[in-house]
Design a protein around this ligand. Structure first.
Ligand code: NAP
Length: 481
């Protein structure tokens, strides 16, 4: 059965269809998924515009109940949806179930947020006048998501958009339409009025520009690469639209001499290699002071030798495949780049051949540790998005902080230390939106703000109650007594 787009409450056949492949096993096709053209995009925006007046002024209780119902179904089906996600994206099944669980919790959180939207009442500077500040929905929003979190990122954009009374045109990444389609199907059956939520699967190169520049779209929330994000920011500025961008990272993990070695190794392995390093919050730069350096490298190599690379659905797999052949080739290309720059290959660095059910192999890369790297090398400046970590040896905490901040990105940063003084200083002075003390740089809560600084983010924060900043607009009302 082909999987179609959802436009105005109807499942609509695509202008064309794309194969959704399992990156663990290239003989396994998950399905044929519709790809919208510009005509279908127009229809989706029109449907959302038509639905907006009633949805934006309707019952808040109905909104809350609907989001709660969506969250409950996601949670009830977490194993099935997690299996689908692991099959199409390549993170391991336990990781995928964790992501689905997070998506369910996000919908339930925003079911509550519908009821908590508050304003302010102030005295006016003019006698006999009152001032009220309220938040209103912004209109029809365009949501564009990447392939690495195929259900959680859509959830953390769709749930607040709907909670605060907006209508949605959602474009997931073409590489991973199955989780997006499954989520859309749950949303469709939740009782939401037709047109409030629309799914337009398809390529960014075909419907990306028309979506962002469409006069019916008032705001765009995007997560993806920095290059596409910048393009969207310029288009939104030109067309006077609100924009929210979450983009790349080059996240530092500092390890100080006084760190608990076992803990430092475990959290570095976790955040550099789990989910195949395909997390915007992954630690790709391990910045290690010289007193612990040799012991840290030896312990990392020992721990990395225990990691099992394989089929995302197989029990016991620690690291699944890269999500696509192009991503695998990019990972291996960066190994060559690093070696060409003078790095030493301490572990991994190769394509791995892991035979899966059908006997076909997918896009596997061994977890890779590169030593003898310097902060200025390309391997430490450009986002790789694979299971690769480069180690930079530094003299002391001060140099570690300097190197950590020496990047155009600023999403997440971590420090492994037993020193309260250094932990406190690092939390204050590292230039990132999120900071972790003795925890992996990846792995965050769903009810607090998520986002970065510098080239990693632009616009208001996502998630938690801060999400209302983007998905509402403020009105100031003056009333004569
Ligand atoms: P990407 O290539 O930028 O694509 C992201 C989305 O944008 C996809 O849906 C893509 O569609 C679409 N797109 C492509 N060209 C477009 C255009 N001209 N106009 C509008 N949309 C367009 O990123 P990706 O490779 O999917 O994801 C990996 C990146 O996401 C990494 O850089 C990672 O750091 C970042 N990321 C950031 C966060 C965060 O919160 N900071 C979280 C996760 C991922 P198609 O794929 O269909 O072409």
């Amino acid at each position: 059965m082909p999987f179609n787009n959802l436009i105005g409450g109807e499942w609509v056949a695509g202008a064309r269809y794309g194969h959704n492949l399992n990156p663990s096993d290239t003989a396994d096709t998950i399905g044929e998924y519709a790809q919208a053209d510009v005509t279908q995009l127009d229809a989706a925006v029109s449907a959302a515009q038509a639905a907006f007046p009633r949805w934006s002024t309707g019952s808040v209780q109905a909104r809350s109940d609907t989001l709660d119902k969506i969250g409950s179904e996601i949670l009830a089906r977490r194993e099935e949806l997690g299996t689908l996600l692991a099959r199409e994206e390549g993170k391991t099944r336990p990781e995928a179930i964790g992501e689905v669980t997070r998506a369910g919790h996000i919908f339930k959180f925003f079911a509550g947020e519908c009821l908590r939207l508050s304003g302010e009442t102030l005295p006016s500077v003019r006698p006999g006048v009152g001032v009220d500040i309220t938040r209103e929905p912004i209109g029809v929003v365009g949501l564009i998501t990447p392939w690495n979190f195929p259900i959680a990122i859509p959830a953390w954009k769709i749930a607040p958009a709907l909670a605060f009374g907006n209508c949605v045109v959602f474009k997931p990444a073409d590489l991973v339409p199955a989780s997006a389609w499954a989520l859309a199907e749950i949303i469709h059956r939740s009782g939401l009025p037709a047109g409030v939520f629309n799914l337009v699967m398809g390529r960014g190169s075909v419907i990306g520009d028309p979506l962002v520049t469409h006069p019916g779209i008032v705001a765009v929330s995007f997560t993806g690469s920095t290059s596409v994000g910048h393009r969207i920011a310029m288009q939104c500025a030109e067309h006077g639209k609100k924009v929210q961008l979450e983009m790349g990272g080059k996240n530092p993990q500092v390890v100080l001499d006084d760190a608990d070695l076992a803990q430092a190794v475990e959290l570095s392995v976790q955040s550099a290699f789990f989910s195949t390093g395909q997390r915007c919050t992954a630690s790709s730069r391990l910045i290690v002071t010289e007193g612990i350096y040799d012991r840290f490298i030896a312990a990392m190599k020992e721990r990395m030798a225990t990691l099992r690379v394989g089929d995302a659905l197989a029990a016991g797999t620690d690291i699944g495949p890269a999500a696509s052949q192009a991503q695998m080739e990019q990972d291996l290309m960066y190994v060559d780049v690093a070696l060409g720059e003078g790095a030493t290959l301490a572990a991994g660095g190769t394509a791995a051949s892991c035979h899966t059910g059908s006997g076909n192999t997918g896009f596997f890369v061994t977890p890779t540790l590169l030593t003898d790297t310097a902060a200025g090398m390309r391997i430490n400046r450009e986002e790789v998005f694979g299971p690769l970590a480069a180690v930079i040896k530094v003299k002391d905490y001060e140099e570690a902080l300097d190197v950590a901040n020496n990047t155009e990105y600023g999403l997440s940063a971590g420090i492994a230390t037993t020193s309260l003084k250094h932990a406190t200083h690092f939390k204050r002075h590292v230039q990132s939106g999120m900071v972790m003390v003795n925890l992996p740089t990846a792995g965050v809560d769903y009810h607090v703000p998520f986002g970065g600084r510098k080239a990693s983010s632009y616009g208001p924060r996502e998630q938690g109650r801060y999400a209302q900043e983007f998905f509402t607009t403020v009105k100031t009302a003056y009333t004569a007594a």
